[in-house]
Design a protein around this ligand. Structure first.
Ligand code: HEM
Ligand SMILES: *[C@@H]1O[C@H](CO)[C@@H](O)[C@H](O)[C@H]1NC(C)=O
Ligand SMILES: *[C@@H]1O[C@H](CO)[C@@H](O)[C@H](O)[C@H]1NC(C)=O
Ligand SMILES: *[C@@H]1O[C@H](CO)[C@@H](O)[C@H](O)[C@H]1NC(C)=O
Ligand SMILES: *[C@@H]1O[C@H](CO)[C@@H](O)[C@H](O)[C@H]1NC(C)=O
Ligand SMILES: *[C@@H]1O[C@H](CO)[C@@H](O)[C@H](O)[C@H]1NC(C)=O
Ligand SMILES: *[C@@H]1O[C@H](CO)[C@@H](O)[C@H](O)[C@H]1NC(C)=O
Ligand SMILES: *[C@@H]1O[C@H](CO)[C@@H](O)[C@H](O)[C@H]1NC(C)=O
Ligand SMILES: *[C@@H]1O[C@H](CO)[C@@H](O)[C@H](O)[C@H]1NC(C)=O
Ligand SMILES: *[C@@H]1O[C@H](CO)[C@@H](O)[C@H](O)[C@H]1NC(C)=O
Ligand SMILES: CC(=O)N[C@H]1CO[C@H](CO)[C@@H](O)[C@@H]1O
Length: 326
């Protein structure tokens, strides 16, 4: 009798041990830093309204972090004399918002030194910033720890380029455990934010064939005229363009509508209508309600936020997000 009643308790205990090391959980800092999530939210709510365009690059930063060695704040590490970090990789050259994350992290360090990870800080700030600009919300279970490695080659390999075709996008997402639906939904983040001409879309306008001329035939030709008026040469290094012109601060369905009109800004956006499955998903989203988009987007964000997370005792809790603890 006694050994039989002990067994389930032992099993429950082992399960608890196992899950507490393997998985994130809601309000992970409830005991160790009860104010953590409020500190993040308060700071974001106070400052993002003055700098609403920062929500987009911080959301993008979260994506770039998660796609390289999991969501472990490896994207925040600076290069050192003997290491070229993710920040130096081409896709990261246009990331912004590092100072904002550092500021939030310094508030967290002041409250609870060495407790709240940089990885959780990015995840929480990204969610709170998107909510603050009126976009979707999603749950952010916490308990991520910070990685010890940041490798620019890995960033270049794992983060899809704007020139990617559908097959490449599907493969790069599948490598992270994300499916075609996640690809379609997460690409919907391009309803906010901007892109740089020379880095992201000039080649589509001026050098599509790779011989110094030619325009991407999958791009609406009237739209191409408009884009060329802004982005005047392939080496226009200064022009930026709203990915969803007119409502680049509003998290709406316009991205999907533009893509269907062959007005997605990147080859990778246009690629999403080259496959019948993703095309019909986009039609469904564009015809649906914003609240449906938000609900579906949230599910994919929760999945993305769990990619390769380090929990338990792996990694560390960095004090300064740009450098490893020594
Ligand atoms: C599907 C593959 C993706 C590709 C190829 C891609 C590529 C890009 C590129 C090239 C830019 C413009 C960078 C610049 O020139 O400044 C950009 C911007 C952006 N991306 Fe993506 N992206 C992808 C997926 C995602 C995902 C999954 C998210 C987040 C969930 C995201 C969020 C953003 C945001 C918010 C911006 C605007 C950044 C700003 O305003 O500075 N993207 N993306
Ligand atoms: C990391 O690099 C940034 C940009 O180069 C610099 O401003 C910052 O001071 C560096 N941080 C540390 C801790 O070295
Ligand atoms: C890289 O340099 C740091 C000090 O800047 C040192 O601690 C580390 O051991 C070096 N790593 C390698 C692989 O040489
Ligand atoms: C960075 O990653 C690449 C690709 O996986 C690998 O070949 C290279 O050795 C790594 N660099 C360092 C310093 O570990
Ligand atoms: C997609 O791009 C990859 C890498 O550039 C290339 O190898 C592949 O042939 C392309 N696939 C299609 C269907 O165009
Ligand atoms: C056009 O693309 C080719 C192939 O990617 C590249 O070698 C060339 O430098 C590009 N030309 C311009 C003007 O950007
Ligand atoms: C570049 O390639 C396109 C299509 O293949 C062709 O029409 C055009 O004449 C070529 N331009 C040059 C400068 O070779
Ligand atoms: C743009 O930047 C590239 C690479 O740094 C450089 O080669 C090119 O001359 C610049 N173009 C202009 C117009 O300044
Ligand atoms: C785009 O312009 C920026 C700013 O001048 C430059 O640093 C970067 O190297 C350029 N990128 C390309 C692909 O020409
Ligand atoms: C669309 O993409 C999915 C996922 O890669 C693939 O299984 C399917 O065969 C593709 N459909 C078509 C018509 O190519
Ligand atoms: C944010 C950041 O560190 N960007 C860097 C990306 O890489 C380029 C080139 O290596 C640097 O000039 C940027 O400062």
């Amino acid at each position: 009798m006694e050994s039989m009643s002990f067994a389930p308790i032992l099993i429950m205990f082992l399960c608890f041990l196992g899950s507490s090391q393997a998985a994130l959980k809601m309000n992970f800092y409830a005991k160790t830093c009860p104010k953590a999530e409020k500190i993040v939210l308060d700071y974001v709510k106070e400052h993002i309204p003055n700098a609403p365009t920062l929500a987009a690059p911080i959301l993008r930063m979260h994506f770039h972090d998660c796609f390289v060695r999991g969501c472990d704040a490896s994207v925040l590490l600076n290069s050192t004399s003997n290491n070229t970090a993710e920040k130096a990789a081409v896709p990261n050259q246009t990331l912004r918002g590092f100072d904002f994350i550092d500021k939030v992290k310094s508030l967290l360090e002041a409250q609870c030194p060495g407790v709240v990870s940089c990885a959780d800080t990015i995840a929480l700030v990204a969610r709170d910033a998107v909510v603050t600009i009126g976009g979707p919300s999603w749950s952010v279970p916490t308990g991520r720890r910070d990685g010890l490695i940041s490798n620019s080659t890995e960033a270049a390999n794992n983060i899809p380029a704007p020139t990617s075709n559908f097959t490449t996008l599907v493969t790069k997402f599948a490598n992270q455990g994300l499916n075609v639906k996640d690809l379609v939904l997460l690409s919907g983040a391009h309803t906010i934010g901007i892109a740089h001409c020379n880095q992201s879309f000039a080649a589509r306008l001026y050098n599509f064939t790779g011989n110094g001329s030619g325009q991407d035939p999958s791009l609406d030709s009237e739209y191409a005229v408009k884009l060329k008026a802004k982005c005047q040469t392939p080496l226009d290094n200064t022009t930026i363009f709203e990915m969803d012109p007119g409502s680049f601060r509003t998290f709406d369905l316009d991205y999907y509508k533009l893509v269907l009109k062959r007005r997605g800004l990147f080859v990778s956006d246009a690629a999403l209508i080259t496959n019948s499955t993703s095309r019909s998903q986009i039609i469904g989203l564009a015809q649906g309600t914003v609240s449906n988009f938000y609900t579906e987007f949230a599910k994919s964000m929760v999945k993305m936020g769990k990619i390769g997370v380090k929990t338990g005792s792996s990694g560390e809790i960095r004090k300064n997000c740009a450098v490893l603890n020594s």
